[in-house]
Design a binder for this molecule. Structure first.
Ligand code: DGJ
Length: 359
């Protein structure tokens, strides 16, 4: 009951106040100003002056909705009415291009870089016809939030460099070990896959970009065959890694990272690893982005909390005034364009621990 009252108050305030407040979304279709469901998934919202830009995966009409033509952008002045501004980054028709039509561009995140004056888009990049094997991180940049974004580079992360929190001598890649055995798990924890991928660079799949209050940016991604999260520092252009990175929860199978900072702590919501199917969200906490991170119980509460309300974290939007919104996708793998949106306010308990309440 108390929670219902909170949500009604939250909605009422959003109408009364002049400033735009994130509405609650909970899986219904979200028509844009043309009446079509907003086809932007796994992305983020960036506010520039008084305009909100919502970037996300634009999912297509073939191969069971798998096909992607680019990254979509919708704009709004009130976070409620969204205008489709088309694709701000497009796949290429040029054969052999890294972003040749047929590639995947998942979980795009766009940030503004004060040092360069450029808008920087990072995304999980998979090469055409290679499924999820490439596991690369790609960057595209633009001078304008509406693009067009131009492809800059793509690849594995930090080739030839060991994580800060893994002694170089710790693990040797051992192909003889049978997967999922205790011996294999122990070697995964010691960094067997870091060693395997050392020369080519670390795998990067589900990802996000987090900018700290000091302006430093971090790339957080599922690595090591999705078994381990890595956090890599970006340089002042936000376009390149500095080479400083850590691994967290080795073997913990975390996907869909979404971060925010509140109450002097860094918080991260992740999911487990079950493809397009929902699972229980995890809450991670640290005093510093570069660790140590600890895990707390599931932050979701209410109906379907054990399945993240049937969704998977995409981003945590900060309004810059202490308000945070949990953004998630309810994936519809048979028609990904029709995947639904969850936007719920992050609340804090008496101990300052964040939680997300079903409406
Ligand atoms: C879960 C990821 O979070 C999604 O972004 C997508 O890569 C699917 N897996 C693919 O199965």
């Amino acid at each position: 009951m108390a929670n219902r009252i909170f949500l009604i108050l939250f909605a009422a305030l959003s109408v009364l106040q002049c400033k735009a407040v994130m509405p609650v979304l909970f899986g219904e279709t979200l028509p844009d100003t043309d009446g079509k469901h907003v086809n932007a998934h796994g992305g983020n919202i960036l506010k520039v002056d008084s305009v909100y830009y919502w970037y996300g995966e634009s999912r297509g009409d073939s191969i069971a909705g798998f096909r992607q033509y680019g990254v979509a952008c919708y704009t709004s002045s009130d976070l409620r009415n969204w205008q489709n501004r088309g694709l701000v980054f497009e796949t290429s028709s040029q054969v052999g291009s890294p972003v040749e039509s047929g590639c995947l561009m998942e979980r795009p995140k766009v940030v503004y870089c004060p040092a360069t004056g450029r808008y920087v888009m990072w995304f999980h990049h998979e090469l055409k016809d290679r499924g999820y094997a490439a596991a690369q991180a790609a960057v595209a940049t633009a001078d304008n939030p509406l693009g067009p974004f131009h492809f800059s580079h793509s690849g594995r992360v930090n080739p030839g460099i060991y994580p800060l929190n893994m002694p170089q001598t710790d693990a040797a890649y051992n192909t003889a070990l049978e997967w999922w055995t205790p011996e294999w798990r122990a070697e995964i924890e010691r960094g067997m896959f870091v060693e395997r991928d050392l020369e080519s660079g670390q795998m990067a799949r589900d990802q996000t970009i987090f900018i700290d209050t000091d302006g430093k940016a971090y790339h957080v991604y599922s690595s090591e065959d999705n078994l381990t999260l890595q956090i890599a520092e970006l340089d002042s252009t936000y376009e390149k890694h500095t080479g400083r990175y850590i691994r967290i929860f080795p073997g913990g199978h975390n996907e869909a990272p979404a971060l925010f900072r509140h109450g002097g702590k860094y918080w991260m919501v992740t999911s487990g690893c079950t493809g397009w199917d929902p699972n229980e969200a995890r809450l991670l906490c640290a005093d510093s982005v570069m660790g140590e991170w600890t895990q707390l119980p599931n932050p979701c509460r209410g109906e379907n909390a054990a399945r993240t309300f049937n969704g998977q974290s995409a981003y945590i939007y900060s309004d810059g005034q202490g308000g945070f919104t949990f953004m998630a996708d309810i994936w519809r793998p048979k028609n990904l364009a029709d995947s639904r949106h969850i936007w719920l306010p992050i609340q804090f308990d008496a101990d300052g621990i964040p939680y997300i309440q079903a409406p």
